[in-house]
Ligand binder design. Sequence first.
Ligand SMILES: CC(C)(COP(=O)(O)OP(=O)(O)OC[C@H]1O[C@@H](n2cnc3c(N)ncnc32)[C@H](O)[C@@H]1OP(=O)(O)O)[C@@H](O)C(=O)NCCC(=O)NCCS
Length: 155
Amino acid sequence: MEIIGDGTAEQFEALVAADQVAQQDRQRREQLRRWLADGSVRVATRNGSPVGYTVVEPSFFGHDFLVLIVVGEQHRKAGIGQLLMADVETRERDAKLFTSTNLSNQVMQRLLARRGWVSSGMVFGLDEGDPEVFYQFPQSPRPAIERNDTEAVSL
Ligand SMILES: CC(C)(COP(=O)(O)OP(=O)(O)OC[C@H]1O[C@@H](n2cnc3c(N)ncnc32)[C@H](O)[C@@H]1OP(=O)(O)O)[C@@H](O)C(=O)NCCC(=O)NCCS
């Protein structure tokens, strides 16, 4: 059974085990520790063991950005990516939600298309020969009146 919940520092080693990049890249491991400390990580557990995670940061021109989604190789093609995406998409937020992936990452692009994300442009020059495609999830931020945003309401 798969469950999605907030990532905890205790899950660090298991998340590294699920993330090939983290296994090889010290910077990714350091970043993962920071993301866990910041509360930016959501973790998919299968039968109690972490098998994948997402990271969302409010880092994109004041909007939320899905920085990363990873599912451990041996757990892929079982719908865990979909579950993690659904979790990110359905969290309440006051900001818009964006993400990006390399043009070469066909699996991620199919996942985004299946979930209704729409392309919002392409940036060249980040990874040589492999442009970054940006996507937005078509959800409206909550109206100011629901957020109890008195400044906006008084306008
Ligand atoms: C992208 C990624 C997160 C997808 O995770 P995933 O758990 O495999 O995703 P899903 O299982 O929901 O879907 C993947 C494929 O499996 C298929 N699938 C899902 N459940 C299935 C099942 N029960 N049986 C057979 N196939 C299934 C999906 O239809 C999809 O097929 P497609 O690629 O032909 O469209 C994963 O490949 C990954 O971690 N990649 C490396 C990191 C990365 O590139 N991240 C994205 C950029 S940050």
